[in-house]
Design a binder for this molecule. Sequence first.
Ligand SMILES: *Cc1c(COP(=O)(O)O)cnc(C)c1O
Length: 467
Amino acid sequence: MKYVSTRGNSPALAFDDVLLAGLAVDGGLYVPSQWPEFGPSELRAMAGLDYPEIACRVIRPFVDGAIPDDRLARMAADTYRDFGHPAIAPLKQLGANTWLMELFHGPTLAFKDYALQLVGRMFDDVLARRGERVTIVGATSGDTGSAAIEACRDRASLDVFILFPEGRVSDVQRRQMTTVAADNVHAIAVQGTFDDCQDLVKAMFGDAVFRDAHRLSAVNSINWARVMAQIVYYVVAAVRLGAPDRAVSFAVPTGNFGNVLAGWAAWKSGLPVDRLVIGTNRNDILFRFFETGEMALAGVEPTISPSMDIQISSNFERLLFDMFDGDGDAVSRWMADFREHGSVAVDDSRLVEARRKFAAARFDDAETLGVMKEAFDQTGELLDPHSAIGWAAARRCRGNPETPMVCLATAHPAKFPEAVGTATGERPGLPARMADLFEREERFTVLPNDLGAVQRFIEAASGGAGS
Ligand SMILES: *Cc1c(COP(=O)(O)O)cnc(C)c1O
């Protein structure tokens, strides 16, 4: 299988090159040039398999030999072995036909682990076979940094440097990044804001000499491999609940559009998905798009669901490419318009088509606290603020009540103890395997908000190649 850029002006690549490239050279995102077809008999055969086995079957056609089958099987088994629940992604019944899929049993207690843990292994595998090393750099406002660190730790072909704003992440978030005892992991507290961190990362990628000397790379959410690995749990949920003989709907708290896009990709690949419900907080650009067909920028406001405080949902471009029937030039023009004017629209027929699959609902912080309380009172579940928005969106955009609705729980409630406590009066505890987080030794470097200082640090600390 080949992958093409959503902007139509980059060479088609095989999976391993797409994995390492991340973004296409024309600024677009890679998408499969055609979708695999998981037919009814194949889905039926998956119903009795465990999570890693389903992962192999789902991923195999997308990887298409770029990672040999036996290695893929070993990676999948290794990836999910240490997750905190034997079902990996357990389904809990919350109501007559409503289910919660818990995607927070990985090492950092958020759904990003389900893909990143596998993608880190894939990077290492492909690089080792090529005899290459890369340096992963990233900026975090809290949550994605720890998921990236956990995905890259102890991988021989990678060094990982994560920049976070000193004093501006929570204690749990900082400790999840700074207590990882691995020589290739470097947590850097920058004396500045999250925007400063992000600017430093952008400047390093913009410095061609530095970028090439250290083979800078990223594991951010535009990487196709992450979307691909997320398709797995949609398939797992659907086959457990009756696919291929029964369609299933999903409700997904959404920021960068990566998670819900994986649900859409599952549907494109033959999974019977009835409806994809998007939940947003006050940063509601996606909600407004599905209401009006217009994508219009607004300022980002901080909320109690910070992982969804995003204005530009980068993965949306992959859906757009499909809405424009694979016309990369049209996508390029649309994106240029958006950058220039801060708003751009699709015509009605395309909006109507998109609304056949997607529905969206928006909740502000007060409403979110309210639904967290309602969920607790009605079902006994403590939902983190992100998961609560998904659950509430599912109720609002339910559709056919006979279709099972799966709400994706994207974070463990203990990651957001203040909000959960305020809403419900309960204080969720960290799972037992993380209970000693506050006793573990921290290791990080404080650096000024200065590009030269950060580059010198990376230069000195990189383990392998480089100049
Ligand atoms: C990243 C994240 C989201 C948003 O997912 P996208 O793929 O960016 O849409 C939702 N909830 C939590 C807890 C997250 O960490």
